[in-house]
Structure formats: structure tokens, C-alpha cells
Design a protein around this ligand. Sequence first.
Ligand code: SF4
Length: 301
Amino acid sequence: MRLINALVRTLKIQTFSIIAGSEACNARCPFCISKMTPALSVELSEPKVNWKKFKTACRVAKNYGTHTAMFTGKGEPTLFPKQITKFLDEMAEFNFAPIELQTNGILIAEKPEIYSSHLKEWYARGLTTIAISITHYEPGKNRKVYLPHKKQYIDLPALIKTLHEHEFSVRLTCILANDFIDSKEKIENLMAFAKENEVEQLTLTPVNKPEESENYAVWNWTNQHHLSEKQKKEIFDYIEENGNRVLRLSHGAIVFDVKGQNVCLNNCLSVNPNSEELRNLIFFPDGHLRYYWQYPGAIIM
Ligand code: SF4
């Protein structure tokens, strides 16, 4: 506790990330190491959560001055929608706002008859923003990444409309990759898609080129699809020239207003040991609380 108090005095945390669900995912992204696939006809059981430690984690997050809470996962959090509701109930007394959910959106789009009631429950419990991961504005390109085993990608504009009808704010989080969104023309088209669908926020994150990876297929794909320095410069220069900087986040991301569209340029520099503001406080379901995904040693409790 002394360590926590010492940290609290000097650090601020930007986002309280809550790992919901398991490593299972219904997508097949080639850049993801989460390759566990839920059996289609088998109801997956909710992964266990240490709820006592979750409450403590909420308290620590509040002590750090964290305002934003985000449900994310090593897999897809919406596979366990009732658990998201339970998390929201457990954290209600801490009054986090905004509360965000990062998802590939597939289940919400494919099973509206089931997910409509979950969306209502989440909204009533304070969920404000749903962030949908994409790699393109074209369905064919997104299918190639997320659903190569299916004939079609989801109807993304219809999903955004549904989320707006449930009063959520929508963020598109786009991974920038070679042969996907890799030029200023495609950025223009992506922004036009976001505007047309009244997407509140658009986040652009270049896919990481890993030095090494435990998974050869992931290493190979990211190695082939990371943006070249020239492509990155073209995109970054375009945003700088056409936008106004409206916010700088502690991890180096810069938010622009580009012709009325919110665009966040994420440069992936998430490790900054000298910063007085950390990007993440991450709650793991077993009760551990860490501040970097990639370093097991970055642990608070
Ligand atoms: S949607 Fe997310 S968790 Fe699922 S495979 Fe893609 S990157 Fe991995």
C-alpha cells in the first residue's frame, strides 16, 4: 500500500483498462496472437473474475485521478455480455465517466435480437462509447482481416446506426496497414466514411512492426504490412496540413479536428518511463493490476 501511495502522489493515469472476457475471439485477425476460437454451437462460460480485487482496482484508479474506464480484452469482450453488465454494476459506485467498450462489433451486428437488450443495459449503467476496430472502410478489406472464414463482413454503417440509436458515441479505431489504409487518398476516404456515418471519433494507429514475436504468422503478417516511413509521413503530413491540433495525450497521441472530423493520430509510443502520466492501469481478471501490457514486471499488485 505504501508503494501505491507513493505512486499516487506522482502519477496520473489516463485510462483504466478492464480486461473483460477471455482470450477467445470470433475474429481471425492476422496481426493478433489471440487465436482461440469459440466453438460455434457451444455456449462459452464466463471467465472467472476476482471481484474483490476489482473493487480495489477501481479505488486505485480513482486515487490516480483516472476518469476514463475502458473494457478491452485479449479476445473479444462481447462474447460475454452479461459479464460486462456485472462489471458495470460493480464499478457503479466509483462514477467513472466516460466508460468505453472496445469491440470488433461482429456479435452486436450479427445478433441484434440478443444484443439490443445488452446495449440498453450497458447504456443504463453508464457505458458511453463503443469503439469498433476496423482496418478499412471497404467491407471486403475488413472481411479479409476479421472474417476470412465467412462470405461477408458485417454491415458497418448499420452497426454504427444501431449504436447511435442506443445513444452511444461511436469511435472507429483503424489499424493502418500497407495495402489497407496506407495513403492520404485512403485517409480522405476513411474520413468521408466517418463523416457520412456521423462517427464521433476516428483513431488511427499504424500496425506495429515487431522486432520479434512468439507467433511466426503474426510476425510475418505485421512485417509485410507495416507502413513504410514514406507512407507514414504522407499520412501524418496530410493530417497536420489539413487539421487543427485540439488535444495532446500523454502517450504521444495527438487529436486533430480535420474539416470537422475528430481524428486521433496514435503513434504507439506507449512506453515512457519518465512521464508523470501513465497511459494505462490494466485490471486482469485474476486480480492483478499492471501498467503496461507487454511487461509483466510493470505491476502494482
Ligand atoms: S478482433 Fe481483436 S482479439 Fe479478435 S482476433 Fe482481431 S485483434 Fe484479436
